[in-house]
Design a protein around this ligand. Sequence first.
Ligand code: DLL
Length: 433
Amino acid sequence: MEIWNRHFECMDRDGIRHVQSERLRETVERVYFNVPYYRNRMQEAGLGPENIQTIDDLAKLPFTTKPDLRDNYPFGLFAVPMSEIVRLHASSGTTGKPTVVGYTRNDISTWSEVMARTLTSAGANKNDFIQVAYGYGLFTGGLGLHYGGEKIGASVIPISGGNTSRQIQLMKDFGSTVLACTPSYALYLAEAIQESGIKRDDLKLRVGVFGAEPWTENMRREIEDKLKIKAIDIYGLSEVIGPGVASECLVQEGLHINEDHFYPEIIDPVTLKVLPAGSTGELVFTTLTKEGLPLIRYRTRDLTRLIYDKCKCGRTMVRMDKCLGRSDDMLIIRGVNLFPSQVESVLLEMSEIKPHYLLIVDRVNNLDTLELKVEVDEAFFQDKISQLESLRQKLQNNLENSLGLAIKVTLVEPKIIERSEGKSKRVIDKRKF
Ligand code: DLL
């Protein structure tokens, strides 16, 4: 198994801590002297740069959140003059102003480096054809994969998201070997390929690098079976850099965090205390090398745990578990906590059902209600109404048994639920309207 940057990716733990401490000192100085917001926050806490000497001092510093970025919209947290910024990206989010991020030339080079690591850990190299079906534009997916692909010398196909029939045609004609897109779009493409009549043998696809949204192990299996490829999970967020924060290797046992650039902590989202190694909680990142938008203890809202054992691939970089939800995606239904990914996992256990679904939450007479609309497989949809009813009942029972929650199930015809070419939308919460 190839490793892009053996020096850092396989460094011993003492070495990595040393690098992190040194880079943290530089970052804290950078934000203290260049970003009034951070200087004020540190002064309020009675701290100066001299108080932060090693990674162990990090816990003294206050957290940064998405609302802090919004309050300083658009460029207020940048640590360099705009003349040094060579790229802007933004993520739209659900409410109000987008979150804006800026990169210096060095940041773009760091991003390409971590994306080169990501693609190499998925087994890609200069002989590959990478079909980048993540959206290009303000979203970081397209250009992130693009620069990483060029860095490893692969042939990059910047097709962007959507236009499914053209995706399939170019996949065949150009001989794409690596597919980069969201897992929900990968599944949509897999079904479209089956329907197009193109045989799997006509395609050279070998591996997929999928991320930007939560997806379960069952979903991975479904995509791997349908596309006959290895499906690799890649993670990142615009604020920290975009994709390239963490990625699985071919062992597929957790995502290696590029912790020489992004230092991870796990905190309890309620008490804000750092949790002991191995606990599940909210992931927090401090950037260690970023110039344009350095972030100190940025709360991602993503829930996961960290794995410090050495991986079979030889990399020593800490791994994060597959991230199955964000604290803000968690639904509370009649007091029961539920992540959409838990529902997805149950759906994928049943071959009669497709993992195309929508959860509709409402409140009727002060009581939360949850309805699941889900597609039935084409073959079963031809069945008698009585058979469909027993299928519906079976799914409802399975959901109740696994999740401890009564969910009203409505079966719908194949292809009714809107497909997504990027991040999928699984929940409509009418309580928020
Ligand atoms: O989604 C960056 C990205 C692009 C990652 C392409 C991977 C591939 P944002 O649009 O800022 O950036 O959204 C970041 O998406 O905080 C997570 O909640 C979620 N997310 C990203 N990757 C994963 C993943 C990009 N592999 C937010 N598993 C993050 C679960 C993910 N959730």
